[in-house]
Design a protein around this ligand. Structure first.
Ligand code: NDP
Length: 253
């Protein structure tokens, strides 16, 4: 995507990022901070979380908050408690990037282990939804809030072996569409980003044989992440965007 944001694109915007401790989420947090946002970082690993918070603080405007949240072990009540704590500290949220996710195991449906299936659904779908539900009142306090989910090409067209992960991303697309329709015409837009093959640890575990240097880096795909959090996308809702349009799914190119 060719998009040249103004340097103050995210001035006075408060943005929450899940899975902010690595890969695309860490890059998004740093990028949003550089464009002026105040950040709320969520992650499951306390050490990695405070490291990325320090980097965001240095590279942005200094305003960063972080909370530990493991989407594998949390539940709807914990998400409500977290939202309550955020409400004590911040007046609203202008953006939420649901980026955290897990791959599970790439095996045919007949071999999907029930516990891995349920873990993928818990992290990628159930607790992502419970967190969304808890954060909606904070988003609805913004005059132009942006809720962004992370999808995948296997969440649009099934691919053999991608089992729980693919099904969880179909669910993500559905969650986005239902919410987008529920808030159409109001101050909340809801969209998905499909990053496309990107050089991260998740990609390396899915395609251990490929030459990762052929892949885009998280930094390369940030224009779409910025576009969807800034005012230029204000009237876009219910859309599943590609960060690498035209890219052939599954291929390193
Ligand atoms: P990474 O594995 O590099 O990062 C995933 C992030 O999610 C990490 O911060 C990780 O935490 C966090 N996370 C994992 N499990 C949990 C949990 N139980 N609770 C809280 N946080 C958790 O993956 P990517 O950056 O590649 O992926 C980001 C998103 O993009 C995912 O939703 C993925 O499905 C999607 N995507 C990625 C593609 C790619 O090619 N990279 C292609 C298509 C979609 P920790 O740092 O502790 O591991």
């Amino acid at each position: 995507m060719h998009y040249q944001p103004e340097q103050d694109l995210l001035q006075n915007r408060i943005i929450l990022v899940t899975g902010a401790t690595d890969g695309i989420g860490a890059q998004a947090a740093l990028t949003y901070a550089r464009y002026g946002a105040e950040l709320v970082l969520l992650g499951r690993n306390r050490g990695k979380l405070s490291q990325i918070a320090d980097r965001v603080r240095l590279e942005g405007n200094g305003r960063v908050h972080h909370w530990q949240l493991d989407l594998n072990t949390t539940n709807a009540g914990d998400c409500q408690m977290l939202a309550h704590e955020i409400t004590q500290r911040l007046p609203r949220l202008d953006g939420v990037l649901h980026n955290a996710g897990v791959l599970g195991r790439i095996v045919p449906m007949i071999d999907q282990a029930p516990e891995i299936w349920q873990q993928v659904m818990r992290i990628n779908v159930d607790n992502t939804f419970f967190l969304t539900q808890a954060l909606l009142p904070l988003l609805l306090k913004s005059d132009a809030a942006s809720l962004v989910f992370t999808t995948s090409s296997v969440g649009r067209h099934g691919r053999p072996g991608w089992g729980a992960y693919a099904v969880s991303k179909f669910a993500t697309e559905g969650m986005m569409q239902v919410l987008a329709e529920e808030y159409r015409g109001q101050n909340l837009r809801v969209n998905c980003i499909n990053p496309g093959g990107t050089r991260t640890k998740m990609r390396a575990s899915a395609f251990p044989e490929e030459d990762a240097t052929l892949l885009k880096t998280p930094a390369d795909i940030m224009p779409l992440y910025l576009y969807l959090m800034g005012d230029d996308s204000r009237f876009k809702t219910g859309i599943s965007f590609d960060a690498q349009p035209g890219r052939k799914p599954g291929a390193a190119e």
